[in-house]
Design a protein around this ligand. Structure first.
Ligand SMILES: Nc1ncnc2c1ncn2[C@@H]1O[C@H](COP(=O)(O)OP(=O)(O)OP(=O)(O)O)[C@@H](O)[C@H]1O
Ligand SMILES: [Mg+2]
Length: 302
């Protein structure tokens, strides 16, 4: 796509039409996806990607058709965590076919496109200030392209692993009008809570329901817990995932922790969080809460 600088006065490139056409394709793609859920936390390093990878694996265990879009263009980690790093993207008539993990999870990430480990995505601009202004715009363009061109096929659930930064969710929500909900992640420190509180405000502004808050790395720090934070904002508390070095080791070798260590405190917590989310996402038509613990993914057909 041309840069704005190239088309001031529009020089015939019809950029507005290009964006509109892409947004149309994106909408058509997402029509085959039953639910889109964003995993967010303004705070970096709290375990968004780990939670996304493990929830995807937990949903796949329940029989759901799951996809994960790594919306972190400059710190992509999902491909590694789900063991698809280095796999080839297949270009077909229908679009770009994402690789599947051993658990059947379809994964799309900038990590599958970048030529080397050391090369970050940079946005060229005449000045630093201009680069900053354009970064958000270019990121939105790149994500729109991912969403418009990835041939996920029919999915029960598409998880979006967001980068840190409270502004990122607004960008994504602007691209995905059918966002089914957001899941917030914190760790038990005041510093994390401080940033996550801002994320609650952004999440509310999207209009999509906040499905709940997860406390990760529980037990590692003495700070106040996520449960109190969830209560303060009247959002559901989804659970507490203990700090477990095996979780980091599993991510490094590309096998979701819940696949190999389901019967550990952290494994059970992750599976329970997935159950809560499934229930919140798949109410039986006409039923009122409480929802069944484990919905029959794929039964309520598109
Ligand atoms: N409960 C846990 N126990 C042990 N290690 C964990 C746990 N959760 C996450 N980690 C590890 O902590 C590190 C950061 O986690 P992760 O990359 O998932 O965070 P993130 O929020 O996605 O980070 P970023 O903001 O950079 O995207 C990773 O090495 C991960 O394996
Ligand atoms: Mg991450």
């Amino acid at each position: 796509m041309k840069k704005y600088r190239d088309i001031v006065g529009d020089g015939g490139s019809h950029i507005a039409e290009q964006v509109q056409e892409q947004q149309g394709r994106l909408k058509a793609r997402l029509a085959a996806v039953r639910r889109v859920v964003a995993i967010v936390s303004g705070k970096g390093g709290v375990g968004k990607s780990s939670l996304t990878a493990n929830l995807a694996a937990a949903f796949a265990r329940q029989g759901a058709a799951v996809g994960v879009l790594d919306a972190d263009l400059n710190g992509p980690s999902i491909a590694r965590m789900l063991g698809v790093r280095g796999m080839r993207l297949k270009i077909t008539e229908a679009g770009v076919e994402p690789p599947r993990s051993a658990q059947g999870i379809r994964v799309m990430s900038m990590d599958l496109l970048l030529p080397s480990d050391e090369t970050p995505v940079t946005w060229e601009a005449a000045s630093q200030a201009e680069a900053h202004v354009w970064r958000g715009n270019m990121e939105a363009n790149a994500l729109r392209e991912f969403l418009a061109d990835t041939a996920w096929g029919p999915l029960d659930l598409l998880l979006l692993d967001l980068p840190p930064g409270t502004d990122r969710l607004s960008t994504v929500a602007g691209l995905v009008p059918s966002l089914s909900g957001t899941v917030l992640v914190t760790i038990p420190t005041e510093v994390s809570h401080l940033v996550v509180k801002k994320s609650v405000t952004v999440a509310r502004a999207t209009g999509a329901p906040i499905l709940g808050l997860v406390e990760n790395m529980a037990g590692l720090f003495e700070g106040s817990g996520g449960e109190a934070l969830a209560a303060e904002f009247a959002i559901p508390f989804l659970g507490r995932v203990a700090f477990d070095p095996r979780l980091a080791a599993a991510a490094d070798v590309g096998v979701p922790f819940v696949t190999e260590h389901a019967d550990t405190p952290a494994g059970r917590a992750l599976l329970e969080i997935a159950d809560h989310l499934s229930a919140a996402l798949s109410p039986l038509p006409g039923s009122s809460p409480p929802h069944p613990a484990s919905p029959q993914w794929g039964e309520e057909k598109r």
